[in-house]
Design a protein around this ligand. Structure first.
Ligand SMILES: [Zn+2]
Ligand SMILES: [Zn+2]
Length: 366
């Protein structure tokens, strides 16, 4: 069976790709010409349209995950179109518009059977752009189980940032936090790359969201994301202020800051409420009084990544216009090292993507 005529050039022998061959600063990212990889039986070859740049990429490059392959091509927030399929792939065809999941489980344990690869019972799901070459390249091979079909009316640039922004937020707020419309939700770190998306999703789903931020400038970001109220709290003592302003404690706290705010998050939540720990920006440890958990019967929950089913739910929310992910910052492929440098200096917006074949594919109707 021949592939459909897509009006595009056939796959070349070699491609432009970035590689790192050692851990370090942004200068370890080098452009190179590499052979275009070929898919194995349960894999697909994608022509990369866009690749999002995520905090995780910076950490991998810095050596925070020493198990990472070296040399390796970074990048796990990929969108593109399928140009070649392995022999056992049945759920996709050549030409499909797809995006990728970052975690890839073993595919044969009880968790992977339910498509929850983050819970893979090997305890060692693989990470795209770390255990496999990723999407800072013109082509990438991706396991079938890490592919998600992108609806025709969701732009590929938008799709490329969804897993680590709204996907992470959906898993935290809906699946772990069990948000119900009308609830009072506190989000710490509400102006950051993940925090602002948690605010956007929770408010779009009918919650009253109070953002906690560290400066007046950041308050604007949280308000623009949909927060009804913002507490500017550089000293991390927001529990009392919440009660003063709203007359009660929160039903759900999404703590995106982690150790520096966790104790105050527990003080902010009502008896029987839920605290979901979404991030830990400093990587430090926290001391919390177990009595809070016992006497207030608080559910303290972790959250990690998202599942393919959750990603499909997010794509549907985007398609329906319930959440907007249209403000993607698109940069040229050549700017990857400069973007890493800028993100290290100025923080992560969660919106930065590089266009690889983006314009070419858009012009061809993808
Ligand atoms: Zn597994
Ligand atoms: Zn990510």
């Amino acid at each position: 069976m021949s592939a459909p005529n897509l009006g595009l050039a056939t796959t070349p022998e070699r491609m432009r790709a970035t590689r790192i061959d050692r851990f370090g600063g942004p200068d370890v990212i080098e452009f190179d010409r590499q052979p275009v990889p070929r898919p194995g039986p349960a894999e697909a070859l994608l022509q990369v349209a866009y690749c999002g740049i995520c905090r995780h990429d910076l950490l991998t490059r810095q050596g925070a995950f020493p198990r990472s392959l070296l040399p390796v091509t970074l990048g796990h927030q990929i969108s593109g179109r399928i140009v070649e399929l392995g022999s056992t792939v049945t759920s996709f065809v050549v030409g499909d518009r797809v995006m990728t999941m970052p975690l890839v489980g073993c595919g044969s344990c009880a968790s992977c059977d339910t498509e929850n690869d983050a819970h893979c019972l090997t305890d060692n799901p693989k990470f795209l752009g770390e255990d496999y070459d990723g999407g800072y390249a013109e082509y990438v091979v991706v396991p079938e189980r890490a592919l998600v079909a992108v609806p025709a009316d969701v732009p590929l640039a938008t799709a490329s940032i969804l897993t680590c922004t709204f996907g992470t937020a959906y898993h935290a707020v809906v699946t772990r936090g069990e948000l119900r419309p009308g609830e009072l939700v506190v989000v710490t770190g509400a102006s950051g790359g993940i925090g602002s998306h948690v605010v956007r999703l929770a408010s779009a789903l009918g919650a009253t969201v109070v953002g906690v931020v560290s400066s007046a400038q950041n308050a604007e970001v949280a308000l623009a994301a949909g927060a009804s109220d913002v507490i500017v709290d550089p000293d991390r003592r927001f529990a009392e202020e919440l009660r003063t302003r709203h007359g009660r404690r929160a039903d759900l706290v999404c703590d995106v800051v982690g150790a520096p705010t966790l104790r105050e998050s527990l003080r902010s939540v009502r008896t029987g409420g839920r605290v979901v720990v979404v991030g830990n920006v400093l990587g430090t440890e926290a001391t919390i009084p177990p009595a809070y958990l016992i006497l207030k019967e608080i559910s303290l929950l972790g959250t990690k990544s998202c599942t393919r089913q959750e990603m499909l739910a997010v794509l549907e929310l985007v398609r329906a216009g319930t959440i907007s992910a249209s403000d993607v910052d698109i940069h040229p492929f050549s700017e990857i090292p400069a973007l890493h440098q800028q993100m290290e200096r100025e923080g992560i917006s969660g919106r930065a993507v590089v266009a690889i074949a983006g314009a070419e594919l858009a012009g061809a109707g993808f």
